[in-house]
Design a protein around this ligand. Structure first.
Ligand code: ADP
Ligand code: ZN
Length: 724
């Protein structure tokens, strides 16, 4: 009887396939192996037998052997295999696609090339130049430098470094792994105030209870980070690994620096901007249990952490934790699942927790720690609404006179101003004054956004762009095209005209493409090299700008118009977060919110600071409507390049829905964004009570729904956050 094992491949296949085991080997579950799939050798993972879906049995004569067992790559830990199976089951994706996320470091599976750096050993070169002198000076501390960073520090090109190696002044030697430095847990650290001490003790004392979830709910600046640092320190002291998830890792250089200061060594970083070779090294270091502290984006949750002892989800309410392409998952929820599989504590931290987490806390599933005060009693910013009906901006301007005056006063005191508008570009719509023509994306049901800085019209859904023409393409009129409404670039223009002497910084993801540029800009702001910062939500998250005194919200109503059950909650969170950037230290902070709806509950909650009353109302409303977290949702999206095909198929899918007592199917309806990239979109929404087994229902439905044909596509999003 030949010995076989199931092998899961990182592909959208329904189940693992059986392969023959090479004689004399017994690859255990989790082991990486190379197997043939059709004519191609593929990297896969030995899967536990009898768990999850199984492929239909294969005639033993047709079985093919494993080509190679990768004994030198650490296997995926058992908990990762379980996690992959659970995530696939929960999100209705194929386990192979979850495995693919766990393997997103191809360099980890090839032999790791050693890295080399340079170190100064003297003697000085025979020929000295100013550039060479700068390098020698920069390397005089005797440390080993990465060539490119030494070149950067000294402000020279890499060829100057190479020349000094040839001259024998610098020597090439292997670089230590970045995480080789041990953490120093006995460093001097912040002395916690009584409120913080209680909170930290709560976290640390329960660290060995196995699986727990704690909601760390404290106003911005209350020291949540200092507090969960204590939990991280306790985890590291036990020799275990800790994982911190952040919604915008690219922006968190401040956080990394803070970790380094607190623990004496730099954590490993995991996000899309980490280079391929570095990903390989970090993945290996983690799988070998050498990397102990990882700070990463949502994808870090799928790292092979064999000895994970703590997960922290910072800014747990952030919508950035929801991934929508391929495997659609909510990383905060999956972090809780990972914690339960690993029997370890999970800390969810936020100044504006999600309603989901607050309800879990209220119902006793999560522990709830609240911090009401900013550290050192720095007071919370004073928030006021500007009623734009009473104090409208002048013609062609977007700032109310009230806001303009506040900016003037703030600048006069030498303090910083942040103006926030969650809209990239110059103007969201461009139209012809003569014939009323508007520029629309040829592929999407969306207007083209003018980007004046890049001199073009862009679609924010598909990326199409075109230069802005001189004449109207419809009626041929000249000088008739006018931008309508503001984007951040237009606010920047207004500020430049009003405050020509102020140093401005415009921050928008399309203008600051590289992570290192962005980090540099944020540092400059921190060091007060800018007076007015104008930005999109890029600036809202997590930064600490000590000189910032005034935050102006240009259009608070923007997010409230969305047909999204979380629109009010999300607007509250975003505006609370962005106004919370003001006055984090000694300076008294102020937030001014421009709105046409000052009576809206979100605006009133922001102004009064009565978060709890607002949330209580939201929670009641959700309860009444059986919306999350009191009910559960799943979205089905049908797309096709032909409108009729998409609509007809969506109707067929709806008709095939099984009957179930606690589950309701709504739709199909044309999606609010009815066309994206030339594909027509129809939506179905499944509403279930908490008791219903939503996944089982969806599986049954999909198994009996008519198969997609032609270019039709059907995708399922469990717990959707997007309804467009
Ligand atoms: P949060 O995460 O709640 O926004 P942080 O942990 O970032 O708050 O703290 C805000 C600021 O106050 C930081 O600069 C932090 O270093 C400082 N801080 C907080 N607690 C203390 C403390 N106990 N001692 C000294 N500084 C503190
Ligand atoms: Zn488009």
């Amino acid at each position: 009887m030949p010995v076989t094992v199931p092998v899961l491949l990182p592909l959208a296949l329904p189940a693992p396939y059986d392969y023959l085991v090479p004689e004399g080997t017994a690859p255990e579950p989790g082991r990486f192996v190379v197997v043939p799939l059709g004519p191609v050798p593929r990297l896969g993972v030995v899967w536990p037998r009898g768990e999850g879906p199984a492929a239909p049995p294969v005639d033993s004569a047709k079985l093919r052997p494993i080509i190679e067992v990768l004994d030198n790559v650490p296997p995926l830990p058992r908990v990762s295999l379980d996690f992959a199976a659970w995530v696939a089951n929960y999100t209705l994706s194929s386990p192979g696609m979850v495995l693919r996320m766990m393997m997103s470091a191809s360099a980890a599976f090839a032999p790791l090339a050693p890295r080399y750096g340079v170190r100064s050993i003297g003697p000085p070169p025979a020929r000295m130049t100013p550039a060479r002198a700068r390098v020698i000076e920069a390397a005089s501390n005797g440390l080993t430098f990465v060539k490119s960073s030494l070149a950067e520090i000294a402000g020279v090109s890499v060829s100057v470094i190479d020349g000094l190696v040839d001259a024998g002044t610098l020597v090439t030697e292997p670089l230590p792994e970045p995480w080789a430095e041990p953490f120093d847990l006995k460093r001097e650290r912040a002395t916690l105030n009584p409120e913080q001490t209680v909170a930290a003790r709560e976290l640390v004392d329960h660290a060995s209870d196995g699986f727990t979830v704690t909601l760390l709910d404290g106003v911005t600046g209350s020291g949540k980070t200092e507090i969960y640092f204590e939990a991280i320190a306790a985890t590291l002291a036990k020799g275990k690994q800790a994982l911190v998830l952040m919604p915008e890792i690219a922006l968190t250089s401040q956080f990394l620096a803070r970790c380094e200061e607190r623990f004496g060594a730099r954590p490993a970083e995991w996000h899309s901007a980490v280079s391929g070779p570095m990903r390989g090294r970090i993945w290996r270091g983690i799988a070998e249990n050498k990397v102990k502290l990882v700070v990463g984006a949502r994808s870090a949750l799928f790292l092979p952490l064999p000895d994970l002892g703590l997960i922290v989800v910072d800014e747990e309410h952030d919508a950035g934790y929801k991934q929508e392409d391929r495997v659609s998952y909510q990383a905060r929820d999956m972090a809780v699942l990972r914690g339960s599989l690993g029997q370890i504590p999970v800390v969810l931290s936020s100044a504006t927790p999600s309603i989901e987490s607050l309800v879990n806390a209220a119902q006793g599933r999560y522990r709830h720690i609240r911090l009401a005060q900013r550290y050192h009693n720095a007071s919370l910013p004073e928030i006021a609404a500007i009623d734009m009906r009473i104090s409208p901006p002048e013609r062609g301007s977007w700032l109310s006179p009230v806001l303009v005056e506040a900016v003037e006063q703030t600048l006069a005191r030498g303090e910083q101003v942040l103006l926030f508008l969650n809209r990239r570009g110059y103007a969201p719509v461009t139209l012809c004054r003569k014939c009323g023509f508007r520029f629309e994306c040829p592929n999407c049901s969306a207007w083209l956004v003018e980007h004046r800085f890049r001199r073009r019209l862009e679609c924010h859904h598909c990326g199409t762009f075109a230069p802005l023409p001189e004449t109207c393409p419809n009626c041929g009129a000249e000088h008739s095209l006018v931008p309508c409404g503001p984007g951040v670039e237009r606010i920047d223009e207004e500020i430049a005209a009003r405050f020509p002497d102020a140093r401005r910084v415009l921050l928008s993801s399309d203008l600051t493409p590289s992570v290192s540029d962005l980090r540099q800009t944020l540092r400059e702001i921190e060091e007060r090299e800018a007076d007015i910062i104008i930005g999109t939500q890029l600036v809202a998250k997590g930064h600490h700008f000590p000189g910032l005194a005034l935050v102006g919200v240009i259009d608070a109503d923007l997010g409230l118009a969305h047909a999204d059950p979380r629109a009010a909650e999300r607007t509250f969170q975003l505006l609370n977060q962005v106004t919370g950037r003001a006055g984090r230290e000694a300076i008294k902070g102020r937030g001014l919110i421009q709105t046409y709806m000052p009576e809206h509950p979100v605006i009133r909650a922001l102004v009064s600071g009565d978060r709890d009353a607002f949330l209580a109302r939201e929670i009641e409303a959700r309860k009444g409507a059986i919306m999350p977290p009191f009910g559960r949702l799943a979205a089905l999206l049908v797309t096709s390049s032909v409108r009729e095909t998409a609509e007809a198929y969506a109707r067929e899918v709806a008709r095939s829905a099984p009957q179930a007592a606690k589950i309701e199917v709504l739709g199909p309806a044309e999606a609010p964004l009815s066309v994206i990239r030339g594909r027509y979109r129809f939506r179905l929404l499944v509403k279930a009570t908490r008791e219903a087994d939503l996944q089982a229902y969806l599986r049954l439905w999909l198994s009996q729904a008519p198969k997609t044909r032609g270019d039709l596509r059907l995708t399922v999003d469990v717990d959707p956050y997007s309804f467009l």
